[in-house]
Design a protein around this ligand. Structure first.
Ligand code: ADP
Ligand code: MG
Length: 251
């Protein structure tokens, strides 16, 4: 089957202090439709840059990105950040419906869709609240609802749970797996937390080095729901930690 995202020979360099610095080098990555792909790597390796390329905010220096998305899809990708980036002067429901305004949907339809998304993330009761009345975990749920409201084919998530306390983070890790199963979306999830990666992923890709390259690509076949301390997950995390430190010390 044609991958929904097909990255071939992608390199990207930034101009910094008058010097060209290569950030990503010769990446090849094909993402099958419906996969929960997690990208791990140290801070500064180029994870966010890769997502920016996918969402068309950064241009690769070489290489191609081919998307196999339906022509009628208005927002093939939607991105969730580490911070929820809500508009403080809009109620929760209107934050969720924000991206739909660009699509020119009538107000009643926007509202219905936003309500459905809030229900999906378990926040139906908070539709009328203001952003400042939400906890960090609730804000991230709103961000997920807002991203899904435009019905993207791929959900991009850039360290979405990194700023949350561990209890809330674990709750949302379970939530995102449920939401993924319920919607069937392809998910590209970036994290620097290897335990989070193996718990969530169908497949983990490690970015390492400078410029960033793919240092490991590992399938996690364990069925869901998973147990965090399952031997297969612990073993996969150990393997990936080894790859990361080996690659970092090579460079
Ligand atoms: N717009 C930019 N111009 C120049 N350098 C940038 C720009 N954006 C990111 N960088 C640099 O690119 C590298 C990778 O950044 P980033 O993709 O944010 O890494 P990560 O998300 O893995 O922490 C970093 O060294 C960062 O300083
Ligand atoms: Mg980043």
């Amino acid at each position: 089957m044609t991958p929904i995202i097909d990255i071939k020979g992608l390199s990207l360099a930034y101009e910094r202090d008058g010097r060209r610095t290569e950030i990503l080098s010769a990446l090849d990555l094909a993402v099958p439709r419906g996969q929960f792909l997690v990208i791990v790597g140290e801070s500064g390796v180029g994870k966010s840059t890769l997502l920016r390329v996918l969402i068309d905010l950064a241009k690769p220096s070489t290489g191609t990105v081919t998307l196999d998305t339906a022509p009628e899809t208005r927002s093939p990708m939607a991105l969730v950040f580490q911070d929820a980036r809500m508009l403080p002067w809009r109620r929760v429901i209107d934050n969720v419906g924000f991206g739909l305004e660009r699509h020119g949907l009538p107000k009643a339809e926007r509202r219905a869709r936003a309500e459905k998304m809030l229900k999906l993330v378990g926040l139906a009761d908070l539709a009328g609240r203001w952003p400042h009345q939400l906890s960090g975990g609730q804000r991230q749920r709103v961000a997920i609802a807002r991203a899904l409201a435009v019905d993207p084919e791929v959900l991009l998530m850039d360290e979405p749970f990194s700023a949350l306390d561990s209890f809330t983070r674990e709750g949302l890790q379970d939530e995102i797996q449920r939401i993924k199963a319920q919607t069937g979306k392809t998910v590209l999830f970036v994290t620097h937390d290897i335990d989070e990666a193996v718990y969530l992923a169908d497949r983990v890709v490690v970015l390492a080095g400078s410029p960033g390259r793919i240092a490991a690509d590992v399938s996690i076949t364990l069925p869901r729901p998973r147990r965090r301390r399952d031997t297969e997950l612990v073993e996969a995390a150990r393997h990936l930690r080894g790859e990361l430190s080996r690659r970092s010390s090579d460079l």
